[in-house]
Write a protein that binds this ligand. Structure first.
Ligand code: NAD
Ligand code: MG
Length: 498
């Protein structure tokens, strides 16, 4: 029986049952109309792949097919790059910034107007809870477009004393965990700076990107300014290795990031990489407990743990560890796992069968390596791909679960005594994307922030994003920044003003 079909139970004295009574509140899917066949956006028109191939996108919450999407090949990438080059040379590069801004503002407003439709589509195609697509993904995507639209006529002010110019044609490749948001992070600065784009969205979650492509047509963008070539890894590889582009911006796994780095090595093609992570929360004994519990829960169970900067490792100071973990266990027992379209749902569907299998394999491996695995009793829906929130204790640090990115709702717990020990444990990873510090003491925050090897360090909060704030990693989490002035510079060439 699925979670949502359960007969409401009476509130019991057991704290885990206190919130058991609730009425499902399912967001209607009527607002979206999904086309059964979707083409590539090349030079302002929807076209089939040159060889006519397609692939299927499915709904993770049901496992059912949603639509056919054109599978772009090398010939399609060629056509898209040529269209982007022509648009760059003939109209976009030399258009006054204030005019480029008008297109981006228009796109941002259209996205806001249709925010509910985008949110429902994102949830259906990707599996994330509607509350997140509605309150986080879509508003932040619009915010990125607005923010960068505002930069388009101020680029010479981005770096004092420097004159800014665009790079040319940008190849952009995005992942499935924040499908539209990652697209907005990529296209907004690129287009604002006067570049044109060929974009390859993730194959399991292309639909909102395609809808955004349709909005660029409604907003009457000049043809070829934004081209979308859908497909899987081969399509992405063809784009990254294309000789006609000036930069590759990639967000995805470290493994693919390395292959792209090899593909562009020795060429003048610029590269930014936003890759995997193994973020740590450091909870000190003076931390505000309730706040830290909520932050840690949000940091890993948010979006099913499909978050590159997820706080997947909890490091908690020894004196409070037992009490803290008890409360964490209790808290995850109250998370609602199930239908992503239900507005009550906290943990939605895992994005694909392959990803679910990877998560299960990681958790099994942890058991075999002697760790203790806790999952609260929760009825998972019978169809679709779901995984219970999971806490792994008895972790030394050398286990695979403690070292590799799981990209699922799985938190490992380790303890520490001293601040030095906490930092050493947090830094004992090849990644370096994010970290969270939980303490009341300002000096501790600063000390940790200076010693953690992570691109983003949050203090007494987690997973906070803002278009004005640069985001990105160090070490095997990649290089380059998205957001803020730093992110803008990744799409510009700068020369001293004489
Ligand atoms: P992935 O690397 O498999 O895929 C990412 C994108 O690259 C997809 O569009 C995919 O089709 C494409 N791709 C696959 N093989 C390719 C190749 N050989 N050449 C070019 N493109 C190729 O990653 P994923 O599984 O979709 O996403 C999860 C990963 O992304 C996680 O590791 C996560 O940490 C990372 N991620 C990082 C950030 C960040 O900002 N640092 C943000 C989101 C996700
Ligand atoms: Mg899908």
């Amino acid at each position: 029986m699925s979670h949502n079909e359960e007969t409401p139970r009476k509130s019991g004295s057991n704290p885990a049952e206190r919130f058991a009574d609730y009425v499902p509140s399912i967001e209607s899917r009527d607002i979206v109309s999904i086309r059964s066949r979707n083409g590539l956006l090349i030079d302002g028109a929807w076209v089939d792949a040159a060889d006519g191939r397609t692939f299927t996108t499915v709904e993770p919450a049901t496992g059912e097919a949603l639509a056919e999407i054109a599978l772009g090949g090398t010939e399609d990438v060629d056509r898209a790059v040529a269209a982007a080059r022509h648009a760059y040379d003939s109209v976009w590069r030399d258009m006054p910034g204030a005019e480029r801004a008008r297109y981006l503002f228009r796109l941002a407003r259209l996205l806001q107007d249709r925010a509910r439709e985008f949110a429902v589509l994102e949830t259906i195609d990707g599996g994330k809870p509607i509350r997140e697509s509605r309150d986080i993904d879509i508003p932040l995507a619009a915010a990125h477009l607005f923010h960068h639209a505002g930069w388009a006529d101020k680029l010479d002010l981005a770096v004092p004393g420097m004159r800014a110019a665009p790079l040319g044609v940008i190849g952009q490749i995005t992942p499935w965990n924040f499908p539209l948001l990652m697209v907005a992070w990529k296209i907004a600065p690129a287009l604002a700076c006067g570049n044109t784009v060929v974009l390859k969205p993730a194959e399991t979650t292309s639909l909102t990107t395609l809808l955004l492509g349709e909005l660029t047509r409604e907003a009457e963008f000049p043809p070829g300014v934004l081209n979308i070539v859908t497909g899987a890894g081969d399509t992405g590889a063809a784009l990254a290795a294309h000789g006609g582009i000036d930069k590759v911006a990639f967000t995805g796994s470290t493994e693919v990031g390395k292959s792209i780095r090899r593909a562009v090595a020795g060429t003048p093609v610029r590269l930014t990489l936003e890759l995997g992570g193994k973020g740590a929360h450091i909870v000190c004994d003076d931390a505000a407990m309730d706040q830290a519990i909520e932050g840690v829960v949000d940091g890993i169970f948010f979006n099913q743990g499909h978050v590159c900067c997820a706080g997947s490792r909890l490091l908690v100071q020894e004196g409070i560890a037992d009490a803290f973990v008890d409360r964490l266990r209790d808290r995850i027992g109250r998370l609602r796992v199930g239908d992503p379209l239900d507005k009550n749902t906290d943990v939605g569907a895992i994005n694909s069968a392959e990803q679910l299998a990877r998560i299960v394999e990681h958790v099994e491996g942890a058991r075999q390596e002697g760790c203790e695995v806790y999952q609260p009793p929760c009825a998972l829906p019978e169809r679709g791909w779901f995984h219970a929130p999971t806490i792994v204790t008895g972790v030394g640090g050398s286990e695979r679960i403690a070292r590799e990115e799981v990209f699922g709702p799985v938190l490992t717990v380790q303890t520490f005594r001293t601040e030095r020990e906490a930092v050493d444990r947090a830094n004992a990873t090849r990644y370096g994307l994010s970290a969270g510090i939980w303490t009341e003491k300002g000096s501790r925050i600063l000390w940790f922030a200076n010693h953690l090897r992570a691109g983003v360090v949050w203090a007494n909060t987690f997973n906070k994003f803002d278009p004005a704030s640069p985001f990105g990693g160090v070490r095997e989490s990649g290089f380059g920044r998205e957001g803020g002035r730093q992110g803008l510079q990744e799409y510009l060439t700068l020369a001293p003003v004489r």
